[in-house]
Design a binder for this molecule. Structure first.
Ligand code: CA
Length: 341
């Protein structure tokens, strides 16, 4: 499904010319009239690097404003990428939800919206919806591959992983898995999203364009390990698609994990969370994975969560308290379906 042909103009403008050769550092200028600035706008950085003939790759970070591997790795790319050495075009938006990044929050403080649920967006909508629409209609059609760098944010923690989706198109699935192997993260989650509506992922895949994402650590900060994975992955994607003639950096063998039915464990109680496993731990069916304690029933036994089947903890809720309905953890299973050769 593609978005209906929408001919409304975007209210977002930019000084960069996506067709021009060389390097341009500019902004998406998003109108934002408010109490503190009547004729104000939001200036969200965008850079374009264009060398010789070749594919176009879009890198985005901070779709959620409390995930920092993307912005740091992409600012590094913006400082170091030489368009003269490039066979193709690289578009970088280091903070897709710029207001959220400035606030350090998952959602935009301007309109309360989740960038990764705002696609295909609306040119006459809120700031988040305007950005989504601009990306959807004016940037995604230029792209051969989109790499959207996520992490766990303040509330979640992941086994550092590249993320791809199970695709109906077998050839695209194989090409996407090959790109994920090149990215070089220690793990690759082949996800079935709980709810894919409004995601950039969905918008890109609906266009038949390759989409690669990540879930690198979490807890609302970075680690040396997750940053190295992000920086290397960005470089390796450019090498994989022939934009850069350079060796791959630090790739180990990627372990592919999938999320079968029942992989997402949802909390049925709220309270104080005691995880008894961590991302990367293996569990067997029946193993205790968590207890949720109720301070208002201090002598009662805590709610007990067990693994429904054998697997590997790929994600956990990272905050000390959990609400009923939160995702407690994800138990993934290893697959050799996407291993090379
Ligand atoms: Ca995220």
């Amino acid at each position: 499904m593609t978005k209906r042909q929408d001919t409304r103009p975007s209210r977002i403008s930019t000084e960069v010319d996506f067709a021009a050769k060389g390097v341009q550092h500019g902004h998406l200028t998003i109108p934002h009239s408010r109490n503190a600035s009547a004729w104000g706008s939001i200036l969200s950085p965008v850079s374009v690097f264009k060398g010789g003939e070749g594919p176009t790759v879009l890198f985005t970070g901070a779709s959620h404003g409390d995930e920092y591997e993307g912005p740091i790795a992409l600012m590094h790319l913006m400082r170091t990428l030489d368009p003269a050495a490039l066979n193709g075009r690289v578009i970088v938006i280091p903070a897709l939800n710029y207001p959220a990044l400035k606030a350090g929050t998952r959602l935009s403080p301007v309109d309360g919206k989740n960038m990764n649920r705002a696609f295909p967006g609306d040119p006459d909508g809120t700031v988040t919806e305007m950005i989504a629409d601009y990306v959807q209609r004016f940037i995604l059609p230029l792209c051969d591959c989109v790499v959207d760098i996520h992490a766990g944010g303040r509330m979640m923690r992941f086994l550092p992983a590249c993320v791809i989706h199970r695709l109906a198109d077998r050839q695209m699935m194989a090409r996407t898995a090959a790109a994920a192997r090149a990215f070089g993260a220690p793990n690759c989650l082949v996800l079935e999203e709980l709810d894919a509506h409004g995601m950039l992922d969905t918008a890109v895949e609906a266009m038949g364009t390759m989409f690669i994402s990540t879930e690198l650590g979490g807890g609302g900060t970075t680690t040396p390990e997750t940053l190295e994975i992000a920086r290397n992955g960005v470089h390796n994607i450019l090498v994989h698609f022939g934009l850069l003639d350079a060796p791959l950096k630090g790739p180990g063998k990627t372990r592919f994990l999938e999320t079968p039915e029942g992989a997402f464990i949802i909390a049925r109680e709220g309270g104080i969370l005691e995880m008894t496993v961590e991302p990367g731990h293996e569990v067997a069916a029946g193993d205790v994975i968590a207890r949720i304690h109720d301070i208002d029933a201090p002598a009662a036994a805590p709610a007990r969560y067990t693994a429904p089947s054998h697997g590997l903890i790929a994600h956990r809720h990272d905050a000390g308290q959990i609400a009923r309905g939160d995702c407690l953890c994800v138990i993934a299973t290893e697959t050799d379906e996407f291993d090379d050769g």
